[in-house]
Design a protein around this ligand. Structure first.
Ligand code: CU
Length: 180
């Protein structure tokens, strides 16, 4: 899977910049740009952004005032973004996770465009958008949604994708709470 080298780059970045929020964002910029030119991403879309968001919350979050909150449904609507509608309770097999990742990624592409237009931020440029609040508000929302499906996947009868994620040594907070 194409995600692994990116995971390694993110891990290598987060260590030395743990006390350097500006350095973390500067280092993330080219990694994020490379990621978005990667051809087949599959559910790596969720894993990549999950790690990016986790690192951001730990390294940059504490120095951002006011704190960044995920966009609400109403805020999405006000920017012309149709709310993301998938029954998350149904996402508890590996195949469903992949389908969920693909569908939220394509929704997120449309959202990037509309939010860029509504806020005047360069949301379509992966090198620049990470420096803007709107990017993180969108990705906090997506990551919260991912966390719900991780719970469902780890608790469901088909736990393959839970293990598959472990197989790539890509732990998530939900997995750490509920190791398989
Ligand atoms: Cu994005």
């Amino acid at each position: 899977m194409s995600y692994a080298p990116f995971r390694d780059r993110l891990v290598a970045l987060a260590g030395p910049t743990a006390q350097d929020p500006g350095g973390y964002l500067e280092g993330l910029s080219p990694i994020h740009d490379d990621w978005h030119t990667e051809a087949s991403r599959g559910y790596g879309f969720l894993l990549f952004h999950n790690r990016v968001v986790r690192n951001f919350k730990a390294i940059v979050g504490p120095v951002v005032d006011p704190a960044i909150e995920p966009f609400t449904e109403q805020q999405f609507r006000d920017m012309g973004v149709a709310p993301f509608q998938v029954d998350l309770a149904g996402v508890d097999t590996f195949e469903e996770l992949v389908a969920f990742s693909t569908s939220i990624e394509s929704w997120h592409n449309t959202a990037h465009m509309a939010i860029g237009t509504a806020t005047g931020t360069p949301m379509m440029d992966p090198r620049q958008n990470i420096f803007f609040r709107a990017f993180w508000q969108l990705h906090f929302f997506i990551d919260d949604t991912f966390a719900v499906t991780l719970q469902a996947g780890c608790q469901g009868s088909d736990r393959r994708w839970c293990r598959r994620v472990h197989g790539n040594r890509s732990e998530t907070h939900a997995e750490r709470r509920q190791p398989t």
